[in-house]
Design a protein around this ligand. Structure first.
Ligand SMILES: *Cc1c(COP(=O)(O)O)cnc(C)c1O
Length: 355
């Protein structure tokens, strides 16, 4: 292959608000709080494509500044909070929202408080919230209970909630769909995505629809959303009181955007389905070993779902990989054999390698 244009100055990417501001509720008066999020890679997945008989692309959202798609919504939510004169923000989180809120709040000079389910947050995400200086409260309960407390706090204290019940979060997150269409030249035929609190599937569907209305896409994808089997309230049609799954980012029993997710599936001719933890972990290992993308377990639900439901031969498919694998090293290590140490000499190393 030939190089494209070495030495040529590339136009700088300066974040989703500057690039897609025409589709966002911002004005000259909106102060921009950005870490240049977005513009994430959309990469071909040759082995996955072969397995499912389709043309599959991976949208690698772990490449965002704090390692998950939450940054797309957070840049807008925090910018608007500053515009409205807020001094403090608060969220409940399975981990990535708190990591992102902590980083963007620090950038803006806002106080940030996060409520997380005690013992059910991946260690990388807890580290992020703490190093960025958020006040972290571990709640003896699950995400749904923490979110209820956060909503009460917002009614009684001068704080802005930056969960996806904040409409700016979903508006920022829809830019993921814009980027996919800009990269492919049109919308894909099928869009696969994990579903937890269901904000992201709602956001992508809005993004695809707005782009088509604007004449920037000619078609809309079928939206396939995947919940973990132990945390599948939309699939089962009932609130799950004690959701359980290895994919902690989607361990949610009463999604805030339940309606948005159902509407996306219905209006697009798609579906919300469940995948087991075994299927999620198999897809997680496959993505790392065969496609060289290290995502977190929840992200692999989109690929586990694609493998389980299948698509018509030759379809163009995008799977969103929502967060980076380094967020949750404990799960990664549990999925591999960690080798013991050998003596620091030539022969033992040769032996260990079987050479
Ligand atoms: C937040 C999150 C999800 C779930 O997204 P929702 O908008 O809550 O449905 C999935 N994967 C990762 C890595 C996340 O951080």
């Amino acid at each position: 292959m030939s190089a494209e244009a070495p030495g040529e100055r590339l136009p700088a990417w300066r974040g989703i608000i500057r690039h897609y501001g025409a589709f966002l509720p911002v004005s000259e008066a909106t102060p921009l709080v950005t870490l240049n999020e977005g513009n994430t890679p959309l990469i071909e997945a040759p082995r996955l494509s072969e397995r499912v008989g389709a043309e599959v692309f991976l949208k690698v959202e772990g490449a965002n500044p704090t390692g998950s798609f939450k940054d797309r919504g957070m840049t807008l939510a925090i910018s608007k909070a500053v515009e409205e004169g807020a001094k403090a923000v608060v969220c409940a989180s399975t981990g990535n929202t708190s990591a992102s809120a902590a980083a963007y709040a620090a950038r803006a000079g806002l106080r940030c408080a996060v409520l997380i389910p005690d013992g059910y947050i991946a260690i990388g995400k807890l580290a992020q919230a703490l190093v960025h200086g958020a006040q972290v409260v571990q709640v003896r309960g699950n995400f749904d209970e923490a979110l209820r407390i956060v909503r009460d706090l917002a009614d009684k204290a001068p704080v802005v909630v930056v969960n996806s019940v904040n409409p700016h979060r979903i508006d920022g997150q829809k830019t993921g769909a814009f980027e996919i269409v800009d990269a492919l030249g049109d919308a894909p035929e099928v869009h696969c995505i994990p579903v937890g609190n269901a904000g992201n599937i709602t956001a992508y569907w809005r993004g695809y629809c707005q782009y088509r209305e604007a004449g920037l896409a000619t078609r809309l994808p079928r939206m396939l959303g995947f919940q973990a089997a132990g945390a599948a309230p939309i699939v089962e049609g009932r609130v799950i009181d004690r959701p359980e799954t290895v994919a902690t980012a989607i361990r949610i029993g009463n999604p805030a955007s339940w309606y948005g997710a159902s509407a996306a599936a219905r209006e697009s001719g798609g579906a919300i389905a469940a995948v087991s933890d075994e299927e999620i972990l198999a897809a997680y290992r496959f993505l790392a070993a065969e496609e060289s993308v290290f995502c977190e377990p929840a992200s692999a639900a989109s690929v586990a779902g694609l493998l389980s439901v299948g698509v018509p031969t030759g379809s163009q498919v995008v799977c969103v990989l929502t967060g980076h694998g380094l967020k949750d090293p404990d799960v990664a290590i549990s999925q591999v054999q960690v080798p013991g140490a050998v003596e620091a000499a030539f022969e033992p190393v040769l032996d260990a390698l079987g050479l």
